[in-house]
Write a protein of this length. Sequence first.
Length: 242
Amino acid sequence: MIVVLAIDALEFDLVEKFSCTHLKQQFYGKTNIQEFSEPRTMVLWSSFMTGINKEKEVLAGGNQEMWDKQWSYDETFFKTFKNPCVLDLPGYSYDLKVHEKSRLLLKKFFLVNSPEEKEAIRKEYNQDAFVHHRAIKTAFFEALQSNHDFVLGYFSVADVIGHLNFGNTLMMRMIYSDLEEIASKIMVKKCIILSDHGMYGVGMFGDHSSYGFWSTNFRDLGLPRITDFRSIIEELNNVEIK
Ligand SMILES: [Zn+2]
């Protein structure tokens, strides 16, 4: 079994700051996403799973349609596996309802003026994110116990929570320690931990940084592009079959 722990907005500097040894595995570094005009979540995961820069195609639909975009099984490297399980990945098996609600609340947060309203929205937004996180976590651990040859679990919590709470170090530390715990329980020979982009602070809030994060328990990948992972994983799969 090959496992990808896909973590939206996992920030290299915070992994270092909080000493997340399980997230770092044996080899880790940044990814190069300079080929993209902006570090956009949908663009980056779409490019990851197809191995092709999909920025133009994803943006062609406009901001709203972008999130509805779904790549077929045949367009992704998942087809090279016999029994893959891909949980909640944007552009593939994404829970549109859950994520749309969080984007709407985020928008609303910046539209309302009173501190009380803002606080109420932040509370609901954070709560939804944690409920969804726990559901994906359960599904991910179930998948790890099954007979899949490939498991990818996508976790949005660091991105969703980070956007409204990045300045809250205590909360970010708690999220990283939860992700660290997830990483510590993946007992397979070939595990890749990958993030689309990181995050930097803008006061209390967070915005996407211009590089991603990777780690593996099998080899040093240097400074890979996110589009390189398709061939890296396909190659691993061939080696596994032999
Ligand atoms: Zn993202």
